[in-house]
Design a protein around this ligand. Structure first.
Ligand code: IFM
Length: 442
């Protein structure tokens, strides 16, 4: 990779990101059942019915994984805490093994000089809370604040930074309107409630952490560049609405205390009564903004004529094995947009960026030249945004390890480190070596 640390502002952090359910192995350590276990056990939802039961067995191999992260020269490690591992019933009595695990994990990061960036929720809702309506139930904000207090009582004194919820769009829209992630609902009222309650839970968690004296609290939203599929006015309107639902709803709530009018026009009548009274909590001040970015979509209106019926098309740019187009300029777009419209003095982190790729083995080495090119081109767009005034303080690669890619099971490989899911052996890929040598360059 053709860059060195001096190409970025002083103190710029390079990191890698993972999440609990995708790597830990939820079958061990007393973790409770999650709605992803239930979703995966339902035929047709997940490739081969795969779950996170064993995953990468990070729960028992975290020392080896953090050794590899530190040896790469990373400054920070973004991880998440599983609600169901800490509170198997979602509420009530904590699982001491779960608390001990995150305690050890944070200490292991610090021992290796890795700054811990914690995310409280990366999608594994405890099944007993799903039984109560999950993200459709307003009470989830309180349950989540209570979970926040329990886990942060244990590790909050040592994490460098914390954010409540990873990718609210996935938690709400992908899972309750599109039905592609747990709980697999396709229902506009459920989606609207989840779109609101996820923000409310975020705000309540920020309040809980502030009350404990924690600092450096942020949010992590995901973003997709939406372009009209053709030059019709209908396609332009569809892309604009897609952008509103995906890219403007959550940051609008969190940073401006208001939802975008174009999305409210369709979703408003499905929101819970009195939602306006929650906006002050949702917009509780944060200290940094984290952006996850991977691709662009070409958007067309759907056939039904119903509000929210939007079709995604793939253009003719090179694609990853997810079928996602590679569009680095999109990262520049979002960094400069967030700087202009939402940051107001807050620093920005790229909290996820990376690609899935199959890596042929050459000798002992997993060759992944496409990933090297992807990372290099996106880092180039970060530099471009920084040169134009965006206050970007760090960049986290998704992901440290090949892992459980949700509904796509173990087929899609995002890691800098190859994982053999039979033997669980870890093998650094060529991208790992390329990054390591770039980070050591002076
Ligand atoms: O694997 C996911 C992760 O859980 C959230 N952000 C996108 C990644 C790739 O799909």
């Amino acid at each position: 990779m053709d860059f060195s640390r001096t190409d970025f502002p002083p103190g710029f952090l390079f990191g890698a990101a993972t999440s609990s359910y995708q790597i830990e192995g939820h079958g061990v350590g007393g973790a409770g059942s999650t709605h992803w276990d239930d979703f995966a056990a339902t035929p047709g939802n997940v490739v081969r019915g795969e779950s996170g039961r064993r995953a990468c067995d990070h729960y028992q191999r975290y020392e080896e994984d953090l050794d590899l992260a530190a040896a790469m020269g990373l400054d920070a490690y973004r991880f998440s805490t599983s609600w169901a591992r800490v509170l198997p019933e979602g509420r009530g009595t904590p699982n001491p093994e779960g608390l001990d695990f995150y305690d050890r994990l944070v200490d292991a990061m610090l021992a290796r000089g890795l700054k811990p960036f914690a995310t409280l929720y990366h999608w594994e809702l405890p099944s007993p809370l799903a039984d109560l309506g999950g993200w459709r139930n307003r009470d989830i904000a309180g349950w989540f604040a209570d979970f926040t207090a329990v886990i942060m009582e244990r590790i909050g004194d040592r994490v460098h930074a914390a954010a409540p919820i990873n990718e609210p769009w996935c938690v709400a829209w992908l899972s309750h309107f599109l039905g592609l992630h747990a709980p697999g609902l396709r229902d506009i009222r459920a989606a609207a409630r989840a779109m609101h309650h996820v923000g409310l839970a975020h705000g309540r968690a920020i309040q809980a952490m502030r009350a404990m004296g924690m600092t450096n609290l942020g949010c992590v939203t995901n973003h997709e560049f939406a372009a009209p599929v053709d030059d019709t006015a209908e396609a332009a309107a569809a892309a604009e609405l897609y952008d509103g639902i995906y890219n403007r709803w959550f940051l609008g709530g969190i940073r401006n205390g208001e939802y975008p009018a174009d999305v409210l026009a369709g979703l408003g009548r499905h929101l819970p009564e009195g939602w306006q009274n929650d906006m002050a909590t949702i917009s509780e001040p944060v200290d940094w903004l984290g952006l996850n970015y991977y691709t662009r979509k070409l958007i067309a209106p759907g056939q039904s004529g119903l509000w929210g019926d939007l079709r995604e098309h793939v253009g003719d740019l090179p694609q990853t094995t997810m079928g996602w187009e590679i569009f680095p300029e999109g990262l520049y777009h979002f960094l400069t947009r967030v700087q202009a419209d939402y940051a107001r003095g807050l620093p920005i982190y790229v909290t996820e960026n990376g690609m899935s790729a199959d890596a042929p083995v050459h000798g002992a080495q997993q060759a992944d030249p496409d990933r090297i090119a992807y990372l290099e081109s996106h880092l180039g767009q970060v530099r471009r945004a920084v040169a134009e005034g965006a206050d970007v303080r760090g960049y986290f690669i998704w992901s440290l390890l090949d892992n459980y890619e949700w509904a796509l099971g173990y087929d899609k490989r995002f890691g800098l480190i190859h994982v053999d899911f039979e033997t669980l052996e870890r093998t650094p890929k060529a991208s790992y070596d390329a990054l390591k040598s770039a980070l050591s360059r002076s």
